[in-house]
Write a protein that binds this ligand. Structure first.
Ligand SMILES: NC(=O)c1ccc[n+]([C@@H]2O[C@H](COP(=O)([O-])OP(=O)(O)OC[C@H]3O[C@@H](n4cnc5c(N)ncnc54)[C@H](OP(=O)(O)O)[C@@H]3O)[C@@H](O)[C@H]2O)c1
Length: 267
């Protein structure tokens, strides 16, 4: 019997590549989009069943989860990328980001965990971001959501792993999905941060176009799913092995300065 996998945000980027890879390897894949009907025919993956899910809408989450029978694998991939100085972010933008990147995926995870536990098998992959491990200026809200998602998983894996259910986090670095074009950005008029924010975003956007292919992240997500005992954290892109080693060896303040400097901010 093939495993049933739900991949949220399967209409593009990392979610689409993951849905395609899992379908290719024999999983029955349910991919989500806010508007599945609008996914162009050439962007659909053969073998993936598309269903509607808006993680900012509690009714949509309820309706999606009640329509699910068995789920063996959940890939919490859908997300929004957001940038802006902390003081310039509107409350509504922060609320939406936490709903989409944290509260929605956690509601879905909580709904599916008991069934996985009863069946003695489950895999939940949080698609985080290396920004959670290496926070950068002007990405406070986004880094905070990804750190929150990772910590839900890291803590709960101790609760669920005795039942064969493993929660894990995959942190991609810059991935070339076109996400930078969809990133929401906030800067108030005459903000004191205008110069640094503008420089930072130009460098960030340029780096993202040179990011790794989403298929590489999808391959790591599959590795995490298929491990007997998935690790709590996987990372790929942005020289991940070097970055995590440097973080262990260097004082935190030096690491923070290095990251800011590589994005045009020197203080
Ligand atoms: N690209 C990167 O450099 C990078 C780096 C680190 C981490 N990540 C993370 O990786 C994940 C995927 O990123 P990506 O670059 O592949 O992004 P993407 O191409 O923009 O895909 C985002 C997906 O999220 C879905 N989505 C957006 N709003 C939603 C909502 N309100 N409810 C449910 N689904 C929604 C979109 O589907 P519809 O529009 O069809 O609804 C889309 O399929 C995100 O969590 C992102 O934070 C990306």
């Amino acid at each position: 019997m093939s495993r049933i996998a739900v991949v949220t945000g399967a209409s593009s980027g990392i979610g689409k590549a993951t849905a395609a890879l899992l379908a290719e390897h024999g999983y029955q894949v349910i991919g989500t989009s806010r508007n599945p009907d609008t996914i162009p025919a050439d962007a659909r993956v053969a073998g993936v069943e598309y269903r509607a899910l808006d993680l900012t809408d509690k009714a949509s989450i309820d309706s999606f989860r009640t329509g699910l029978d068995r789920v063996d694998v959940l890939v919490n991939n859908a997300g929004e990328s957001q940038a802006g100085p902390l003081t310039d972010l509107p409350d509504t933008a922060i609320d939406r980001l936490f709903q989409l990147n944290v509260l929605g995926p956690i509601a879905l995870t909580r709904a599916l965990l008991p069934g996985m536990r009863e069946r003695g098998y489950g895999r939940v992959v949080m698609v985080g971001s290396m920004l959670a491990s290496f926070p950068m200026p002007y990405r406070s809200s986004y880094a905070a959501t990804k750190a929150a998602l990772r910590n839900f998983a890291t803590a709960a894996r101790f609760e669920e792993s005795p039942f064969g259910v493993w929660l894990t986090t995959v942190e991609p670095g810059q991935t070339n999905t076109g996400l930078w074009e969809r990133r929401t950005r906030y800067l108030t008029e005459n903000s004191v941060h205008t110069t640094d924010f503008t420089t930072f975003m130009e460098i960030l956007d340029a780096k993202q176009t040179k990011g790794i292919a989403p298929e590489k992240v999808a391959a790591l997500i599959r590795t995490a799913i298929e491990a007997d005992r998935p690790r709590s954290l996987y990372a790929i892109g942005n020289n991940a092995p070097l970055m995590f080693t440097a973080r262990r060896l260097l004082p935190r303040t030096i690491m923070e300065r290095l990251i800011a400097r590589t994005h045009g901010i020197s203080r």
